[in-house]
Design a protein around this ligand. Structure first.
Ligand SMILES: *Cc1c(COP(=O)(O)O)cnc(C)c1O
Length: 403
C-alpha cells in the first residue's frame, strides 16, 4: 500500500512517534483528517473484466473484507512500520494471531518446542490442539538455554515463547534462543504482547515471527479484540494470508479502526504506564503483606540484566505474592475500590487478577507450582490513573488483611 502523494505521504523515514500517528494512512478523495472507517464486507467492480482481474490477483484492488479491507490495511501498515517487519496481517483476536502464526508454519510430523510459561489459551493451542493434528510438542523452562537445546529433534520446525511471560514475568533470552533454533533449522515465533512493539523488537533480536493481541496495549482502552502477525514477506503474504482468507479469522474493519486510533496514543500511554508500574513495584516491595514482587524493571528480578538488555523499559505489569495465600488474595481484591478485578491487561484502567483461579486455573496445581504461580499471587496491569490514588487504594485494601 505504498502512498507517495502529499495527502498520503510515505511515513517510512519518520520517527516512531510520528509513524504511530501518520503511518499507513490511505486518505480518500474526500481528504479526511482521521482514517476512514470502511465498514463494508465487499467491494464493487466496474466491469466483469475488472472483477476477473482482481480475483486473479493481476490488477490489485480489494475483493472482499475476509481477504483485505482498506481500514484493516491501514492498521496493518502502521503496526508493520512500528515493528520494522517486512509484512503484517491483522486477525480478529490475539489467539487467532498465535494459532494462525503456528499453523502457517507447521504440518503433521513436525515438532514444536515452547516455553512452558504460556498464556492459558496459547498453552491449549500448543499442548492440546496441535498434537491433534499430528504436531509433536515439548514444553520447557524458557529461561534455560540448555533445555531449548536438549529439546531439539530432527523434525523440530518451530520455537515458540512469550517474554516477559504471564503472570510471573520470566524473561527468555531472544538472541540466544534464536541462535539455537536457527542452528536446528527452526523458526522462532514470539508472542510479544507483554513487551509491546515499543519496548521490545523480537525481529531485531533474532526472532522470525511476532504475534500480538491488539486487544491489550494497542487498543489499550478496553474496547475491542484484535491481533497481528508480523514476519517475512512470503510467510505473511502467502502462508498466513492463505489461512486467513480461507479460515476466516479476519478482523472487523471497525475493530481495526479502533486499534488504528489506539496506536496514535500508544507511546504516550505506555511511557506513563511503565513509569507508574516501576513506582508500583517499588511501593509493593516495601510492604509487609507482600512476600515477593515480580517486575523485570526492578533490580530484584532474577533476570533484570537480561530484561534491560532486550527491553527498553520494564513494562506495565507488576505481579506480587501476597502473604496468606488465596484467602488474603481474595480479601485484598474484594476490598479494592479503584483497581478493578479483570483478567484483561494493557488497559488505561488499572486491573487486577488472581491467576491461580482465573487465567491459569485450567493448567492444574502441578503446572502452576512449576511456574511459581502461588495461591497468593496477584497480577496488576497498571493504568493511567494517578499513582497517589492507586497506592491509597492498595493501602486501604491491605489494611483490612489479617496476617
Ligand atoms: C491476551 C493474550 C493473548 C490472546 O489475545 P486475545 O486478543 O485475548 O485473543 C495471547 N497471548 C498473550 C500473552 C496475551 O496476553
Amino acid at each position: 500500500m505504498a502512498a507517495s502523494s502529499k495527502l498520503n505521504p510515505d511515513a517510512s523515514g519518520w520517527q516512531t512517534a510520528t509513524q504511530l500517528v501518520h503511518g499507513g494512512q490511505l486518505r480518500s478523495e474526500f481528504q479526511e483528517t482521521s482514517e476512514a472507517l470502511y465498514l463494508t464486507s465487499g467491494f464493487v467492480h466496474e466491469s466483469a473484466e475488472s472483477a476477473e482481474g482482481r480475483f486473479k490477483g493481476e490488477t490489485g484492488g480489494f475483493v472482499y473484507s475476509r481477504y483485505e479491507n482498506p481500514t484493516v490495511a491501514m492498521f496493518e501498515e502502521r503496526v508493520r512500520m512500528l515493528e520494522g517487519a517486512p509484512a503484517a496481517r491483522a486477525t480478529a483476536t490475539g489467539m487467532a494471531a498465535v494459532t494462525i502464526a503456528l499453523m502457517a508454519q507447521l504440518k503433521a510430523g513436525d515438532h514444536v518446542v515452547a516455553g512452558r510459561a504460556l498464556f492459558g489459551s496459547c498453552h491449549y493451542i500448543v499442548n492440546d490442539l496441535l498434537p491433534r493434528f499430528g504436531v509433536e510438542t515439548t514444553l520447557i523452562d524458557g529461561r534455560d538455554l540448555d533445555a531449548w537445546q536438549a529439546a531439539v529433534r530432527p523434525n523440530t520446525k518451530a520455537f515458540f515463547f512469550e517474554s516477559p511471560t504471564n503472570p510471573t514475568l520470566e524473561i527468555v533470552d531472544i538472541p540466544r534462543v534464536s541462535e539455537i533454533a536457527h542452528a536446528a533449522g527452526a523458526l522462532v515465533t514470539v508472542d510479544n504482547v507483554f513487551a509491546t512493539p515499543l519496548l521490545q523488537k523480537p525481529l531485531e533480536l533474532g526472532a522470525d515471527i511476532v504475534a500480538y493481541s491488539a486487544t491489550k496495549h494497542i487498543d489499550g482502552q478496553g474496547r475491542c479484540l484484535g491481533g497481528v502477525i508480523l514476519g517475512p514477506e512470503e510467510f505473511i503474504n502467502k502462508n498466513v494470508f492463505d489461512l486467513l482468507k480461507h479460515m476466516g479469522p479476519s478482523i472487523s474493519p471497525f475493530n481495526a479502526w479502533v486499534c488504528l486510533k489506539g496506536l496514535e496514543t500508544l507511546a504516550v500511554r505506555l511511557e506513563r504506564q511503565c513509569a507508574s508500574a516501576k513506582q508500583m513495584a517499588n511501593f509493593l516491595i516495601e510492604r509487609p503483606e507482600v512476600a515477593r514482587v515480580f517486575y523485570p524493571g526492578h533490580e530484584s528480578h532474577p533476570q533484570h540484566e537480561l530484561a534491560i538488555k532486550q527491553m527498553s523499559a520494564g513494562g506495565q505489569i507488576v505481579s506480587f505474592e501476597l502473604k496468606g495465600g488465596k484467602a488474603s488474595a481474595f480479601a485484598f481484591q474484594n476490598a479494592l475500590q479503584l483497581i478493578k478485578i479483570s483478567n484483561n491487561l494493557g488497559d488505561v484502567k488499572s486491573l487486577i487478577t488472581h491467576p491461580a483461579t482465573t487465567t491459569h486455573q485450567r493448567i492444574g496445581a502441578e503446572a502452576r507450582d512449576e511456574l511459581d504461580i502461588g495461591d497468593g499471587l496477584l497480577r496488576i496491569s497498571v493504568g493511567l490513573e494517578d499513582t497517589v490514588d492507586l497506592f491509597a487504594d492498595i493501602d486501604q485494601a491491605a489494611a483490612g488483611l489479617r496476617l
